[in-house]
Design a binder for this molecule. Structure first.
Ligand SMILES: C[S@@+](CC[C@H](N)C(=O)[O-])C[C@H]1O[C@@H](n2cnc3c(N)ncnc32)[C@H](O)[C@@H]1O
Length: 345
């Protein structure tokens, strides 16, 4: 990889020499973004009561790949349901906006489902600028490369960044008519105040007449929800525990992963799946680079993620409180997942 200030060009997988692709530019804000301070956030999270980690730290290189594996699990219906909607309605979605559209995506990951929107837009316009923003530089690089190989009329200007840092950068740059995507029910990881703060920031980046396609998982039977986060193959467990492995790798931690386990359950009153790592024993763990010794009680939980489930009224309220108008909602055939088009007004 060749550094140019805070940005770099990306080599292809097969070659170690960097290839300058004139259609790709990646801005790497992760390193200079204080929000991405893994070490400080781990220290803070392990000193908090109850202990907690931020969900964005799931997504190192291994974590991003484990998430891709989750998307293939039979229990994890979310990806298939959203894919079904986009397959059926992407032309209709693209038709809501007129003129030459720029596509922005927050938390794009592998951008697999994004392909359906890219193809719909390329049926309407000659060229497309795609601006993905993701905290995982590795996911961003590999997805960008794969997309450019598939679509010769695509250009990519990517941001390896936390959502808010990415939005602040995007806000500074002039842009034409924009369709923003926030897929995969990423919004579910925010509690209500954070969701409002995020949508306000996104709305501020957009202009009147732009739109946001918001993928949101819907409330449903507890058994279906809990199975989605407790797959029998144990991939979600590996994804969750990888945060401890990441602390071992990057911060000199001494977590013995066999002494912890994955827990996920539906808190119906709060309308959310809650995900934790449970310490199976009373134990102490040292983290060398933080010069920190952490005590765990037997049965103590570290909170790692929430996944809020919505109903259609809740989605309309989120839109109305953040300067959007909910223009259309599409659901999959089993009404498990929703894609919502929010117009910036
Ligand atoms: C649940 S995955 C969804 C990926 C993809 N949008 C999909 O629908 O399959 C969440 C994605 O958001 C990224 N992400 C999580 N937290 C983030 C943050 N705070 N800022 C930027 N990206 C983030 C992760 O790296 C990951 O690619």
């Amino acid at each position: 990889m060749v550094k140019r200030g805070s940005s770099y060009y990306v080599p292809t997988v097969a070659q170690s020499e960097p290839i300058r692709d004139p259609r790709l530019f990646i801005h790497n804000l992760v390193k200079r973004d204080p929000l991405a301070g893994f070490a400080e956030d781990v220290r803070r999270g392990l000193s908090a009561r109850p202990k907690r980690f931020l969900p964005k730290y799931f997504y190192d290189e291994l974590g991003s790949q484990l998430f891709e594996a989750i998307c293939l699990l039979p229990e994890y219906y979310l990806t298939r349901a959203e894919n079904e909607i986009l397959k059926r309605y992407s032309d209709q979605i693209a038709g809501y906006l007129d003129g030459q559209i720029t596509l922005v995506e927050m938390g794009s990951g592998s951008a697999s489902k994004t392909r359906l929107i890219i193809e719909a837009l390329l049926r309407r316009q000659q060229e497309l600028l795609f601006i993905p923003v993701d905290i995982s530089a590795t996911a961003l690089e590999s997805s960008s490369r794969i997309l450019l190989q598939s679509y010769p009329r695509l250009k990519i200007e990517a941001y390896a960044a936390d959502y808010f840092a990415g939005l602040a950068e995007l806000e500074k740059k002039p842009r034409g008519r924009t369709l923003a995507l926030f897929l995969g029910s990423n919004i579910s990881n925010f509690d209500r105040d954070e969701a409002l703060r995020f949508l306000h920031a996104l709305r501020k980046m957009l202009h009147t007449g732009d739109a946001l396609l918001l993928g949101v998982d819907l409330k449903k039977d507890r058994a279906v929800l809990e199975a989605a986060y407790n797959d029998t193959l144990g991939v979600t467990s590996a994804f969750n525990l990888n945060v401890l492995a990441r602390i071992n790798r990057e911060l000199g931690g001494t977590f013995d992963l066999r002494k912890f386990r994955h827990r996920a359950f539906y808190n119906e009153a709060a309308g959310r799946i809650e995900i934790y790592i449970e310490s199976l024993f009373k134990q102490n763990v040292r983290i060398d680079k933080l010069d920190l010794e952490v005590e765990f009680a037997a049965g103590e939980l570290i909170h790692t993620e929430n996944s809020y489930k919505y109903d259609l009224t809740g989605i309309a309220q989120l839109a109305a409180s953040t300067g959007f108008e909910l223009s259309h909602t599409w659901t999959d055939s089993q009404k498990r997942f929703s894609s919502n088009l929010l117009l910036a007004n």
